[in-house]
Design a protein. Structure first.
Lengths: 80, 262, 67
């Protein structure tokens, strides 16, 4: 079974595991962050639209949400 | 599955969402539907399989034990140890194994002859499994770090002061709303779309063959059936992949909750 | 034929980001294959590129729903 394999470099294996975990977490989190940013701030923009009677705040909200989501992605996954 | 095709003479009625509602006993809100039966059968089958595998275990495995060890080893090594690390994976391994076998068998019910209905194409079941994951990964984080520490740990490091509340709101929404939503939706949508695709090809082919108005249409129903065959194999792969992705993401979210730093 | 023009728009809009994501990860795999030690350095760049390309696809999806 695979756990009986001799492991030459345990620290490097832990590092590889951490990096591949970060890979997988990033791949699924990026669309999730983008979608929730757009939805949340688009929703806030839509509520503001209804409150103020304008029609373009939804779009502003979606754009701001996208920008914010990309900023958060850069913070979490863009730098080592 | 083909009652609406029997109403020939009014043209082909394409399969729709209503085809997924298949009550067997009773009707309405308290009906016992086909998917309820299927999930109970799948639980009995999984329990029987695992009980048989572990009954007379020996160091040199026989065929059945080898199969059982294959499934268990896959979940344990590729998912639990790789994501959660050797020290912390053990309490969560039963949950991951259960979810994996349950989702896998129920997905594969979609292509097994005479059953041919993936239980997770009904959204209630996907919601149930997602709820379990949702509760677990929040409870684990709160138990590990306390309520205040857990909420404080949701922030990524290194943010200038004025933008922090917006980012925090975004993080909250991601953790509490978007992640379970996408998790459940991914499973449900894949199963629903796959089953719908198979329905379209096979029912369409049957209609073309039996009610086609000329020989050309009847002959080209072979193409529809061939596509149905190809999509069946593709569906087998997709169903396995969806089970794997669901359990992998559960493990990742738990690992994220347990992480000491970010 | 019933349906919604929004969804056709989204379908057309998803072609570009799909190709873009494929190209980005093809480059990442190529770079890692040539020099495995550079994997850690290339990964943030790949993630950023993926986020930017995916943003457009999700943008199309969201606009298909709200407009």
């Amino acid at each position: 079974m695979s756990t009986n394999r001799p492991q030459p470099d345990d620290a490097r294996r832990e590092r590889d595991r951490a990096m591949s975990e970060k890979d997988a977490a990033a791949a699924w989190s990026v669309p999730a962050y983008l979608l929730s940013g757009m939805a949340l701030y688009g929703g806030i923009g839509w509520l503001a639209d209804r409150w103020l009677g304008t029609s373009w705040l939804v779009l502003v909200g979606v754009l701001l949400g996208t920008a914010l989501a990309m900023y958060v992605i850069w913070l979490r996954y863009g730098t080592r | 599955m083909s009652p609406h095709v029997l109403a020939a003479g009014e043209g082909f009625v394409p399969p729709s969402v209503g085809d997924f509602w298949q009550p067997l006993i009773g009707d309405g809100a308290l009906a016992v539907t086909r998917s309820m039966f299927l999930i109970v059968i799948s639980v009995v089958l999984i329990y029987g399989f695992l009980a048989l595998v572990t009954k007379n275990m020996s160091v040199v495995p026989g065929k059945l034990q080898y199969a059982g060890e294959g499934v268990y080893g896959f979940v344990r090594n590729s998912i639990a140890i790789d994501v959660l690390g050797k020290k912390e994976f053990l309490p969560f391994l039963p949950l991951l194994l259960t979810q994996f076998t349950l989702i896998l068998l129920n997905n594969w019910f979609g292509v097994i002859p005479f059953i041919q209905f993936p239980t997770f194409s009904r959204i209630g079941f996907a919601i149930a499994v997602t709820l379990i994951t949702y509760v677990v990964y929040h409870a684990v984080g709160i138990r590990r770090k306390g309520v205040a520490g857990y909420f404080k740990g949701l922030m990524p490091p290194g943010i200038p002061g004025w933008i922090a509340p917006f980012v925090y709101l975004l993080e909250l929404m991601t953790f509490f709303i978007t992640r379970p939503l996408t998790l459940g939706m991914r499973l449900f949508a894949n199963m629903f779309a796959g089953h719908m695709l198979l329905l379209v090809f096979i029912l369409g082919g049957e209609y073309m063959l039996l009610h086609g108005s000329n020989l050309f249409i009847q002959a080209s129903s072979v193409g529809a059936f061939a596509m149905g065959l190809v999509m069946t194999f593709f569906e087998i792969l997709v169903q396995f992949l969806q089970a794997y992705v669901f359990v992998l993401l559960t493990a990742l979210y738990i690992a994220g909750s347990l992480a000491d730093e970010h | 034929m019933e349906g919604n023009l929004n969804v056709i728009g989204y379908g057309l809009a998803a072609i570009g980001p799909a190709i873009a994501v494929g190209l980005i990860f093809a480059a990442y795999i190529n770079g890692t294959a040539r020099q495995p030690e550079s994997r850690g350095m290339l990964q943030p760049i790949a993630i950023l590129g993926f986020a930017l390309a995916e943003a457009l696809a999700l943008f199309g999806l969201v606009l298909a729903f709200i407009l």
